[in-house]
Design a binder for this molecule. Sequence first.
Ligand code: RP5
Length: 165
Amino acid sequence: MMNAPQVGVVMGSSSDWEVMKHAAILLKQLGIHFETRVVSAHRTPDLLYEYAASAEARGLKAIIAGAGGAAHLPGMIASKTIVPVLGVPVPSKYLKGMDSLLSIVQMPKGIPVATFAIGEAGAANAALFAASLIARYDNGLAEQLNDFRRGQSDSVLAMELPDVD
Ligand code: RP5
């Protein structure tokens, strides 16, 4: 079980990967074991139920779920598991992800989905949030997160602005 995934990164289509890979990149950077899957709420509903229903027993600590359009994937996964679901609205062609955002964030009372920003920032922040959840019980990871924050601060402190002509 040493290398069992702690975080699931799921998305409605491989076309979501360009956004969702930013969650995977950060999880990898932090040394968190994760798995990636395409699970479509409306095109593979049986797979969705199986994935969500088995998540807790498989040891997942968080599920990052990204989808675009009528983005019911995060909410439907949350309906079948008490593992925390972190929803990432993927930008859509016509409504630019506003549809995805509202579909994910407006969960009716009783089944929560934590909702992140539209696009890459949301995917990256969902990974950092999953790391924060796990770090409550993992001192090594907590230290890594603090290092990450320090690195960010250092890079901003080192920023220089151009002179005016
Ligand atoms: C959603 O429909 C997916 O999450 C994706 O964002 C969107 C388009 O899917 P594809 O037509 O690219 O497979 O289910």
